[in-house]
Design a protein around this ligand. Structure first.
Ligand code: IMP
Length: 214
């Protein structure tokens, strides 16, 4: 772990599962993580874009502008080939506003109940965006993870659609695999791996200037 002043980075998400994964995936960097719980007055940024990129950028810029803190936001979803890529960018809102993860899983399994195993292909997609403390977009990265959808939910780790997604090369769902395994191969791991050199450069630049905490 690096020493010296830490880079303050706000995670622009209300999804606790995402926040845990992001901070764990970036734990090698000298970062002090803030969450939206530290800014209770912040208004929820509407995910009004048509793509993961648009929504990740909206969230990163929107929360950075409201808080004055360097912000990283994630927009992600599950694309099921038999459903033409749905629920995709609407993954969090599938089965209606206020539905639980369990209800969204139930709805998805119902819609593909007649699709045979070999055709139950899917992928998780994650786009991460970083905006500076003034809300200016700095960097966007994307990661994907290919797999298949099970017939029933299995496992209790992770969040969201993890209990019905088996990544390629495994027999277990993300919710059955240890978080360390998901963190090696997931869409979020890949997007953040691509983002890591940029954050490392920001940290070393700020440490040289001695203002990482400003
Ligand atoms: P959003 O990025 O806030 O629009 O929400 C993305 C939604 O996609 C989440 O609420 C989950 O339902 C789903 N999702 C994204 N990443 C994952 C993951 O790693 N595991 C399981 N579900 C995920």
């Amino acid at each position: 772990m690096d020493s010296g002043p830490k880079l303050r980075l706000l995670l622009g998400t209300y999804n606790a599962g995402k926040a845990v994964e992001i901070s764990s995936l970036l734990s090698d960097l000298n970062i002090e993580f803030l969450t939206l719980r530290d800014f209770l007055q912040a208004r929820v940024v509407e995910e009004s874009g048509d793509t993961y990129e648009e929504n990740a950028i909206l969230k990163a810029r929107g929360y950075a502008r409201q808080t004055g803190i360097l912000t990283l936001a994630d927009d992600s979803g599950l694309e099921v080939d038999a459903l033409g890529g749905a629920p995709g960018v609407l993954s969090a809102r599938y089965a209606g506003a206020g539905a639980s993860d369990g209800e969204r899983i139930e709805q998805l399994l119902k819609e593909i109940r007649r699709i045979p195993g070999a055709a139950r292909t899917a992928r998780f997609v994650c786009v991460v965006a970083v905006a500076d403390s003034a809300g200016k977009l700095m960097k966007v990265e994307r990661g994907t993870c290919e797999g298949t959808i099970t017939n029933i939910a299995r496992g209790s780790n992770g969040f969201g659609y993890d209990p019905i997604f088996v990544p390629h090369g495994f027999d277990s769902t993300f919710a059955e695999l240890p978080s360390e395994t998901k963190d090696l191969i997931s869409h979020r791991a890949r997007a953040l791996h691509a983002m890591q050199p940029f954050l490392a450069r920001l940290i070393s630049r700020n440490l040289t200037r001695g203002d990482a905490n400003s």
